[in-house]
Design a protein around this ligand. Structure first.
Ligand code: HEM
Ligand SMILES: *[C@@H]1O[C@H](CO)[C@@H](O)[C@H](O)[C@H]1NC(C)=O
Ligand SMILES: *[C@@H]1O[C@H](CO)[C@@H](O)[C@H](O)[C@H]1NC(C)=O
Ligand SMILES: CC(=O)N[C@H]1CO[C@H](CO)[C@@H](O)[C@@H]1O
Length: 324
């Protein structure tokens, strides 16, 4: 027994040392001590100009982290349209999220001591926390020290982002490899308490469902009728509707109360309540906003650790849209 002991720590060290080991909340303390307040004021300024800053930035962070890790690869542009952002799913990535990071990066870089010291990936992580606070959600300390990636491929997107037609099994299978549990999945889905969706992302649920009424039976009928009004059959593809009809501008637990009433916009939302495995978590978050906020902060902190690059695996991009 004793003789085995030395092997375990060594073995575990190589296999289990998490890649986020070097993230720290005070990472820029010496190199750019005011990084957070500079980012916050740039984000606040953007938010005051347009509300979409908030949902667009929050969603951008999710997409960044799920595809090749939180390395701002989602922001890279390519001359031949082969980057992550060129994936058809990009329609959902409102330009405001990109603008927010670019503006905050410019604000940081305008301070001489900070110039080219703060990564785009970290700025996106900070901006995400800031938009959550600006819309009434919880504040939290953001772990920092991510480097920016050099690779971005359209083809990586399809297999890494969940679709709105996913049910719990597929959602779980996509979150688990990132160390995210069902509780994390339910909490993070609460991000749909703000923001917008294009009609095409749920039109099957209101027009083409395999049921007599053609409407998904897990959908609240009154809500389905309202959705049909807002999204008529030949709707302009640019039309986008609020995902949380209750309190669309506020980051709160209304999303879960909606699910209890069959008002989850996507199959992937409603499935969290339909499936007995996660229903109780939805009920807890619906009845206790504090419980939701705590779980959300824990989950988004874990999300921010996904595939983090350090050392030679990355760089601090000078321009968030281009590798150095
Ligand atoms: C659980 C699986 C998820 C699925 C299937 C999903 C799917 C979608 C879809 C289809 C849209 C609408 C896009 C459009 O038509 O414009 C959307 C919007 C959004 N999603 Fe998710 N999402 C998921 C999880 C998340 C997570 C984890 C976050 C963040 C933590 C997030 C944040 C957002 C936000 C904020 C919007 C609104 C974007 C805007 O208004 O610009 N989603 N999501
Ligand atoms: C697009 O550009 C990238 C980077 O320059 C290159 O690696 C890739 O092969 C190009 N793809 C096509 C289809 O031209
Ligand atoms: C709500 O959740 C918080 C955090 O988990 C917990 O401390 C509190 O006791 C809960 N409140 C109620 C009324 O259950
Ligand atoms: C906003 C944006 O970048 N839209 C692009 C999304 O992807 C399609 C095709 O992949 C492009 O045609 C759009 O310009």
């Amino acid at each position: 027994m004793d003789s085995l002991r030395p092997f375990f720590p060594i073995f575990l060290f190589f296999l289990l040392t998490p890649s986020h080991a070097r993230l720290r909340v005070d990472y820029y303390q010496n190199s750019c001590p005011h990084a957070e307040s500079i980012v916050r004021s740039a984000v606040t300024h953007m938010f005051q100009q347009t509300f979409v800053t908030a949902p667009a930035t929050l969603r951008l962070f999710f997409h960044d982290c799920f595809v090749r890790g939180c390395d701002a690869s989602v922001m890279l542009a390519s001359w031949n349209n082969t980057a992550e952002k060129d994936n058809p799913d990009n329609l959902s990535l409102a330009g405001d999220g990109f603008d927010t990071v670019i503006k905050a990066k410019a604000a940081v870089d305008s301070v001489p001591e900070c110039r080219n010291k703060v990564s785009c990936a970290d700025i996106l992580a900070m901006a995400t926390r800031d938009v959550i606070v600006l819309t009434g959600g919880p504040s939290y300390a953001v772990e920092l020290g991510r480097l920016d990636g050099r690779i971005s491929r359209k083809a990586s997107v399809r297999h890494h982002l969940p679709g709105p037609d996913f049910k719990l099994d597929k959602l779980k299978a996509m979150f688990a490899p990132h160390g995210l549990t069902v509780t994390d999945l339910v909490a993070l889905s609460g991000a749909h308490t703000i923001g917008f969706s294009h009609c095409s992302r749920f039109s099957r649920r209101i027009y083409n469902f395999k049921s007599k009424s053609r409407i998904d039976p897990t959908l609240n009928l009154e809500y389905a009728r309202l959705l049909r009004q807002m999204c008529p059959k030949n709707v302009d593809p640019r039309v986008a509707i609020e995902m949380d009809p209750g309190t669309p501008g506020t980051f709160d637990n209304m999303y879960y109360k909606n699910l209890q009433q069959g008002k989850g916009l996507f199959t992937s939302d409603q499935a969290l309540f339909t499936d007995a495995m996660s229903r109780n978590i939805v009920n807890v978050f619906a009845s206790n906003n504090t419980a939701f906020e705590e779980a959300f902060v824990a989950a988004i902190t874990k999300l921010g650790r996904v595939g983090v690059r350090t050392g030679k695996q990355g760089e601090i991009r000078h321009d968030c849209a281009l590798v150095n």
